[in-house]
Design a protein around this ligand. Structure first.
Ligand code: ATP
Ligand code: MG
Length: 589
């Protein structure tokens, strides 16, 4: 029995997942489920009635009864099947309704959960895995629950009722027939763990395949320019090969169920025809020829649902893996959440203070160690430094996209973790370094950051960011996935327009004007200065001309501050900043 523990048909996590699914998605519908199961049981009862009627009619035929009796039996048989037909219409519709609702709720819960997860989760999770769960796995589960389970209930009830009838007709014959059940159980157990294993591999393969497709589609410009179409094709072809092999293996494992039922039924038929025939010939077993025929008919009716049930069982094993995949998302919990007594009001004009901040993206390499500095409220602070020195990370920490490993960041004396995240983030206008443009119109893209903004406000923001002309020109036209139909500078101006529209008390500009020509930059810079008036502004820029007016400049190197002061002071210091400045001044600009 050691094997049983290694390959149980239901692993502990399966039972737990089924319980979870039931409690969250089905229990509230239990009255409806009961109704469905009631109707399904009626369908099964029809078979039992059919059997006993058949036996009656056979007796009528064999024993020369009256034609009227025969007609009566025929009428009842027809009526019975008419009832069954009506139920066959209602039951799938009702169960499809139940399943669709359960699945909708499951999808919505998943979406909710995903939206609450930390940014870092999305930075380490393949998008294919997320799509797989939200689309394929939920869909697969829905089909299984909606059709599979209901049919399985009908089949089970049919088996119980018909078996009951057969036991009643001849206990001896029936007990001979069920000898084969242990053999069947063995087959199921050994095949089910194999199915689970292959299904799991298939899910992983599908996830990678989808991510591969997404990467190829998004990276098509790079693919084409570097002439790597062949390589991409090989990569995706390989994935399709892998998926084909797994599907064949899955099918092979599932296909073992039904033939085993066939073999078993052959065995039982032989047993009943031989044994039953002998019993009739002997004549002292209380069963006659009509009884044996009805018994055989009962077995035929029995084996059909048994075969279906075996198929259901194979699907169940695969569906348990889908369920596990969906449930696993919930084991991911957001780390960045509101503290219990987080406040909604805070001094947005206060100083932003870093105190002994420790932070690393991965435990291998610490980026900030005991970092302390302050950004004065209402003033403009610039952060400069070599690429990779941690500038963007500073901005991500202030907006709490990541939490610290140690130390604290406070605004106006209040730890940012004591502020409601939504409130905290709503006090920032951000032009991020990597701009995200959605496949919508320019108008919608600007309005995205403040859906309640008036038309005038949106136009004003667009004018300030010098994108209004283009907005007029493009009208409602969509900008392509990721704004692919725009130039880099146009995207940047949309991002700047968003910042204007948002007009939050703290302005964060991460390389906000890096993609603009000098003239446009100068014009937008003066508009930005108007936006920044009286506000706390944090600028990150490589072009030192954009930071020269800042009240305070911090020079970062490998996660530490190596110089600080205003432009003049830093040039005086003749350090890193002075070097950067003179090399830029010595260039073409
Ligand atoms: N999401 C992330 N996960 C892991 N490491 C990251 C992540 N983002 C940045 N890093 C690493 O952290 C370091 C600091 O990155 P950051 O983006 O803050 O640099 P930066 O100063 O803004 O550079 P640049 O001037 O190129 O924009 C880099 O070594 C980078 O590789
Ligand atoms: Mg950066």
């Amino acid at each position: 029995m050691a094997r049983k523990d290694k390959h149980p048909v239901f692993r502990p996590q399966d039972k737990d997942n089924i319980r979870w699914f039931w409690q969250n998605y089905l229990r509230s519908k239990s009255p409806w489920l009961l109704l469905v199961f009631g109707m399904v049981s009626c369908q099964a009862l029809v078979y039992q009635q059919f059997l006993s009627l058949t036996e009656n009619s056979l007796n009528v035929i064999f024993e020369g009864g009256s034609p009227q009796e025969l007609i009566k039996v025929c009428a009842i048989v027809f009526l019975l099947f008419a009832v069954r037909a009506a139920l066959s219409y209602i039951v799938p519709r009702l169960s499809a309704w139940l399943a669709s609702n359960a699945v909708r709720k499951m999808r919505q819960d998943l979406i909710n959960h995903y939206l609450n997860l930390d940014l870092s989760y999305f930075e380490r999770t393949k998008s294919g895995d997320i799509i797989l769960r939200l689309v394929n796995q939920v869909d697969g589960l829905s089909t299984f629950v909606g059709q599979g389970t209901v049919n399985a209930v009908r089949d089970t009830v049919t088996i119980i009722v018909v078996s009951g009838y057969l036991v009643y007709k001849s206990p001896i014959l029936f007990s001979a027939a069920i000898i084969v059940i242990p053999a069947l159980a063995l087959v199921m157990r050994s095949v089910s763990s194999k199915i689970k294993h292959v299904q799991q591999s298939a899910e992983n393969a599908f996830g990678s395949y989808m991510s591969g497709i997404e990467e190829m589609a998004n990276g098509m410009r790079t693919v084409k320019i570097s002439g790597q179409e062949d390589r991409e094709r090989d990569r995706l072809f390989q994935a399709t090969d892998g998926i084909r092999d797994l599907l064949i293996r899955l099918n092979a494992a599932q296909a073992l169920f039904e033939p085993s039922i066939d073999l078993v039924s052959a065995f039982v038929y032989v047993l009943v025809i031989g044994g039953g025939g002998y019993m009739v010939i002997q004549g002292d077993f209380g069963i006659d020829a009509a009884g044996i025929i009805a018994f055989l008919l009962g077995l035929v009716i029995l084996f059909d649902p048994m075969r279906l049930l075996a198929g259901f069982f194979a699907q169940l094993q695969a569906s348990l893996i889908l369920l596990e995949g969906i449930r696993s998302v919930y084991s991911q919990t957001p780390r960045i959440v509101n503290r219990e007594n987080a406040v909604s009001e805070f001094d947005t004009k206060g100083d932003i203070v870093f105190e002994g901040v420790d932070f690393s993206y991965d435990s291998q390499k610490q980026l900030f160690k005991n970092l302390s500095f302050e950004i004065i409220g209402g003033k403009t602070t610039a952060i400069v430094g070599a690429t990779g020195s941690g500038k963007t990370t500073i901005l991500s920490l202030i907006t709490r996209l990541y939490d610290l490993d140690g130390g604290q960041i406070s605004i106006g004396g209040l730890d940012i973790r004591d502020i409601q995240i939504k409130k905290l983030r709503s006090s920032f206008s951000v032009v991020a370094q990597d701009i995200v443009i959605f496949n919508a119109s320019i108008w919608d893209n600007i309005a995205y950051v403040r859906p309640d903004a008036s038309d005038e406000e949106i136009w004003a923001a667009a004018e300030s960011a010098e994108i209004a002309d283009l907005m007029r020109e493009r009208g409602h036209a969509e900008l392509g996935p990721k704004g692919s139909q725009l130039s880099g500078g146009q995207k940047q101006r949309i991002a700047i327009a968003r910042a204007f529209l948002r007009a939050s008390p703290i302005v964060i500009l991460d390389e906000a004007t890096s993609a603009l020509d000098q003239k446009t930059e100068q014009r937008i810079q003066s508009a930005l200065e108007r936006l920044a008036d009286q506000k706390t502004v944090i600028i990150v820029a490589h072009r030192l001309s954009s930071v020269a007016n800042a009240d305070k400049i911090y020079v970062f190197d490998h996660g530490s501050i190596v110089e600080q002061g205003n432009h003049e002071e830093l040039v005086e210091q003749k350090g890193l900043y002075a070097g950067m400045y003179s090399s830029q001044k010595g260039g073409f600009r």
